[in-house]
Each structure stands twice: as C-alpha cells, then as structure tokens.
Design a protein around this ligand. Structure first.
Ligand code: 5AD
Ligand code: FES
Length: 350
C-alpha cells in the first residue's frame, strides 16, 4: 500500500491527522489514492446517512452588501452589479413554493444589507416559522453583533452559515479589505455556537494566494471548531472584481478536500455546492460520491437569479424552482442516491 493510502486508512480510523500528514495527502495523492479516499469517505457517509441527500431551499433575498471582499461579485464597489431586494411577502411566497416541492429547510442568504434592521430580520424569521413550523430555518447574512444573533435565534432561527473563508489570518487579510478582520469572523462563529445555533463554516478551494499548507490547516481548524456543517466550493473569478483575472479552483482539489473533510468529521453536513456544479457539469454528483450529503438548490424567483452573481457562469439561473428540484432528484437517482424530504439535522454518530 502506498504511503498516501496508509495515511487515508489511518484518517478513516482515527478521524484526525497531523498537519504534515494532511499536507502529504494534499500534495502527493495520485488518481488511485484519491479514488481510494472517495471510497472510504462514501462508505463512512453511508454508515450515518445511507444514500440520503438532504436538500435546502436557498433564497437569495438581497444582493446589497456593505462589504467589499476582493473575490465577491456583489461587493459594494462593484458598480456593474444590478441590485435587488426581496420583501417579506416575496420571501414567504418562495417558502410556500418550496414547501410544495418538499423542502423542509430554508436558507435565507444575502449580502450584509443594512436596509433590513435586526428587527426586520427577526420579523421575517418568525413569519416563516409561523407559516412552516415543521421546517428548519438557516440564516446566512454575514457578520453581526452577538445581540443580533441572539434576537434571531429567539425569533426561531435554527442554523447559521458563515464561512470563515480561510483559517489562516494572513491569507484572510489578502482576500479582504482592511476593515474586515479574521478575529471578528471567528468571534461571530463562536457567538453563534454559544447561542445554540447549528453552525456552518467553510472556505473556498483555490482562492488567490492559497497554498497546500493553508488547505492542510483548514482540516485542523475544522477539527478544532467542530461545525455542524461545512460549505466548501472552488473559487471562481467574477470579472468585475479585483480577482477577476485569477485562476479558478479545480474540481480535483475540491473533491479531495470534500473527501478529507468527511473522514475528519464523519457526521458533518457537507454540501456539494453550486460553485462545484458550475466548474464541471457533473460537479455536484462527483461531490456526493466524494463524501458530500447535502445540496442547496435555488428557490429565489427566476427574475432575480442572475443578479446574485458572486462568481461568473453560475448554473441554474434560468430554472424555475420546480425544474431545479426535479433535475436534482434525477441527477442523484442516476448515481444511486436519493433526495429526501426532511429537515436534515445532523445525525450525531458518537
Ligand atoms: N467564487 C466562489 N465562491 C465565492 N463566494 C464569494 N465569492 C465567490 C467566488 N468568486 C463564496 C464565499 C461566501 C459564499 C456566500 O460564497 O465563500 O462566503
Ligand atoms: Fe459581501 Fe463578499 S462582498 S460577501
């Protein structure tokens, strides 16, 4: 057995490696090693989740953002971004459509848009929970004071997604303007956890300046933080951003990281993201086969889909919610998995 296969075997037994060991897999794995990794990751995921794929209905309710992340197409400096906001009624109607299609989790995602006050968001959260008490609600609206997070939790929010973007402070600083800080990002994640949210963090694969050491450090960060969910996807340049002419992250590296995350955190909720589906026509299917167990199809009205352009060439921007839902069920069935109607909470296996 190759050195790398030994390390993968060890990881699938012990669910942790040293930085050097992770690094060896990341830098040395050949095709046979990665096939071995995906088999181990898929087997481990099946132990807890079987062939079930959880779906979350994603509602991108505002593309206004006060931040200016160098990679992101909806950054405030992008004058070419056609801005929109959905009203509370728009959002509730997206949820109704989603409910009919079998979604039992909604993810409200948006830029950091000061137009919605803390109370506005709390009001939207409680209205959704009143309309659909059997559904889980996830917020993904960026960095806020602890008091805001607490209010939204009280209003009924169950989960919060906030990607840390990179676990290395100096790398974080190279992706963000000076007024954003790695420390505040981590403060948010800690607050969310303490307040009782199910928390998702995550990072981009192949973001500018990212090295193999950074990727190895991601795995140790995840192990230490212990998130319920981990959202990762390839970096994809958006033409109107400072990183518009940088190279995209690769399919291979993203799949490798998905497999390593599954073996490191056996019961974590791990989406095969839209960005992965964007860089390869079978990206999401390959992600599921590498250890992912969640998909997040779009529920936003088709009229605004193209405008939530974090990166170029995003898929599914012309499809009605129902088409996306069917397309995904078919895609998963074709590879032997099954989209399920469930809240899709994390199953804790220890
Ligand atoms: N490519 C890939 N992912 C991106 N995101 C933002 N911009 C890009 C891009 N150009 C991701 C970030 C953010 C999430 C909402 O989308 O990780 O946290
Ligand atoms: Fe808003 Fe990046 S500019 S998330």
């Amino acid at each position: 057995m190759s050195h790398v296969k030994h390390l993968i075997e060890k990881l699938s037994r012990e669910h942790i490696l040293t930085l050097e060991e992770y690094l060896a897999i990341i830098t040395e794995a050949d095709q046979e090693d990665t096939a071995f990794l995906f088999d181990k990751a898929d087997a481990l995921r099946r132990q807890t989740y079987g062939v079930d794929v959880y779906v979350r209905g994603l509602i991108e309710f505002s593309n206004y953002c006060r931040n200016d992340c160098f990679y992101c197409g909806i950054r405030c400096s992008n004058r070419n971004c056609d801005r929109y906001r959905l009203t509370k009624e728009d959002i509730l109607s997206c949820c109704r459509v989603g409910y009919e299609l079998g979604y039992r989790t909604y993810v409200l995602q948006g830029g950091e848009d000061p137009h919605y006050s803390v109370d506005d968001i709390a009001d939207i959260v409680s209205a959704i929970k009143k309309q659909h008490p059997d559904c889980a609600l996830t917020l993904s609206i960026g960095e806020h004071p602890r008091e805001a997070y607490a209010k939204w939790k009280e209003a009924g929010a169950d989960r919060y997604l906030l990607r840390h973007e990179t676990a290395t402070k100096s790398h974080y600083d190279s992706l963000h303007p000076e007024k954003m800080s790695f420390d505040n990002r981590l403060r948010c994640l800690r607050d969310l956890k303490e307040l009782g949210y199910q928390v998702g963090c995550g990072f981009m694969v192949g973001s500018p300046n990212q090295t193999s050491d950074h990727l190895a450090a991601e795995l140790l960060f995840l192990k230490k933080f212990g998130p319920d969910m981990v959202g990762i996807g390839p970096f994809i340049p958006q033409k109107d951003t400072p990183f518009g002419d940088q190279k995209a992250g690769t399919l291979e590296q993203t799949l490798l990281m998905l497999g390593l995350i599954r073996l490191t955190l056996p019961d974590v909720l791990l989406p095969a993201t839209t960005a992965l589906g964007t860089i390869h026509p079978q990206g999401r299917e390959l992600g599921i086969k590498a250890g992912a167990n969640v998909c997040m199809p779009n529920l936003s009205p088709v009229s605004v889909r193209k405008k939530y352009a974090l990166y170029d060439n995003k898929i599914c921007t012309g499809d009605e919610a129902a088409e996306c839902r069917n397309c995904l069920s078919n895609r998963m069935a074709r590879i032997g998995y099954r989209v399920v109607t469930a809240r899709g909470d994390r199953i804790i296996c220890k």
